[in-house]
Design a protein around this ligand. Structure first.
Ligand code: ACO
Length: 428
């Protein structure tokens, strides 16, 4: 929170002075509208492509200090949550503002577990996809398709109805994700197992073959749960902004969540972990790293998994993920790409270009290496991210819907096209 005060500005075009209130370290962009050169002037606009310096909402969910490498959900440091809470308890925290007590936690887990099945028609829908369809494309489509199964979700002002949809979305994400994978592999779908944890059940739906009951490895189950926690929210990032913007039209949460998932799919956002793996495979050997880094410095390519709009010191999630990696590799064996990744990080962090540009490994740099060691194909990486991020999207959507200051999102533009002109009669 910044301090309050007043910003005094003078418009050199008119010589007029204005006092703009500062609240919580921000002025209200709409206060600039009074700054005009004439009565019929529209008023001063803020030009902020990519929202580099625009707060679009007031939020009580996630706090980030990018310079200090701090990430907190509802006040709790990410390090404490990833070490001691379950993903479903963190989902509860994001949605409700407080961690659940023991009984609340059990009831919440039961409720989510109860909703993991999807309508059988969803399977038919997935069957229509090409055998090599990207699972993220399938996920985006099936999340959107859920809106047709729950038409009551349109009642976005009804709290009880909306709570049901939030439970369904969190519960069904692993099922949709695993079904997308099994479709690509030509494997029969494995149904949810209510006796397993959220992460354990997901592993069951991914890997179960002929055994009567699948038992997840507890280390991998725990690691995946922690990875979901690390991805659960990240304030107003690209996909969350998509969730809020699309949700502001009062469309149902399935459609808004599909838009958020689509935003996450992009290689500059949640698709980055997939790109990291492809990059490490392309580099191929530690010997090739200096040449690859030189290309990044010449602007020919970007080091995927490096850099962040907000973190300019280190990404706290990347630090925790490195610790998780050790426990996973103890079970799966060491991923040979890890050596390339560690050396790439070492060389880049000592390089003047990366130091001066404040480029550090982000959450995606190591997550992909862990996922690969656990057996997930690279195309599933953004899907795993989406499972973890769903509670964050929903918490932000819910907060936005209850915020009396929010309206349908509708930015302005600076028109730079042609002035008025007329058809000259030559159109055929
Ligand atoms: N490799 C090499 N140079 C880079 C990288 C990178 N990964 N990232 C940024 N730079 C350079 C840019 O070329 C630019 O240099 P210049 O000022 O000399 O022209 C400067 O650093 C600033 O880059 P911007 O793109 O303006 O920074 P921005 O904040 O807009 O981008 C982003 C952040 C998209 C994450 C960027 O760092 C990037 O593309 N990283 C690689 C993709 C990635 O890992 N994305 C995952 C982000 S985490 C997440 O979404 C969960």
């Amino acid at each position: 929170m910044g301090t309050n005060g007043v910003l005094q500005v003078t418009d050199s075009r008119t010589g007029c002075s204005y006092e703009l209130p500062i609240t919580d370290g921000a002025i209200r962009a709409i206060d600039l509208r009074q700054v005009k050169v004439s009565e019929d002037d529209f008023g001063l606009l803020c030009y902020d492509p990519a929202f580099l310096n625009t707060a679009s909402c007031r939020s009580a969910i996630t706090f980030i200090d990018g310079d200090k490498g701090i990430l907190r959900y509802r006040g709790y440091p990410i390090e404490e949550l990833a070490g001691h809470a379950s993903f479903l308890d963190v989902a509860y925290l994001l949605l409700h503002g407080e961690l659940p007590g023991k009984e609340e936690s059990e009831a919440w887990t039961r409720e989510i577990t109860h909703h993991t099945f999807v309508h059988e028609n969803v399977k038919k829908f997935i069957d229509g996809f090409h055998h090599d369809a990207h699972p993220m494309g399938i996920l985006v489509s099936t999340v959107a398709a859920l809106s047709t199964f729950y038409p009551e979700a349109k009642a976005v002002a009804d709290q009880a109805i909306q709570r049901d949809q939030m439970v369904r979305l969190i519960a069904k994400m692993p099922t949709l994700a695993a079904f997308a994978y099994r479709h690509a592999m030509g494997l029969p779908y494995a149904y949810p197992d209510d006796e397993l944890s959220y992460a354990g059940n997901f592993l069951n739906m991914m890997w179960k073959m002929t055994e009567p009951r699948y038992s997840p490895d507890p280390v991998l189950e725990h690691a995946l749960d922690a990875l979901f926690i690390l991805h659960a929210d990240h304030e107003q990032n690209c996909s969350t902004s998509a969730m809020r913007v699309v949700g502001s039209s009062q469309v149902d949460p399935y459609s808004a969540a599909a838009a958020a998932a689509a935003a996450l799919y992009g290689p500059l956002h949640g698709g980055a972990n997939e790109q990291v793996l492809r990059m490490l495979q392309e580099i191929g050997s530690v010997d090739n790293i200096p040449a690859y880094i030189a290309r990044a410095k010449r602007g020919e390519l970007r080091l995927m998994g490096f850099g962040h709009r907000v973190y300019k010191n280190f990404d706290p999630r990347a630090t925790i993920i490195k610790e998780i990696a050790d426990s996973v590799f103890a079970v799966t064996g060491r991923n040979p790409l890890l050596d390339i990744a560690l050396e790439l990080e070492r060389i880049a962090l000592a390089d003047e270009y990366f130091i001066s540009h404040k480029l550090y490994p982000n959450v995606d740099f190591y997550s992909g290496i862990i996922y690969q060691a656990m057996g997930f194909p690279v195309s599933m990486f953004p899907v795993l991210f989406a499972i973890g991020r769903m509670p964050g999207w929903l918490a932000q959507w819910h907060e936005s819907a209850a915020d009396p200051e929010q309206k349908i999102a509708r930015p302005r533009q600076i028109y730079v096209g042609e002035g008025l002109r007329h058809l000259n009669g030559t159109i055929s």
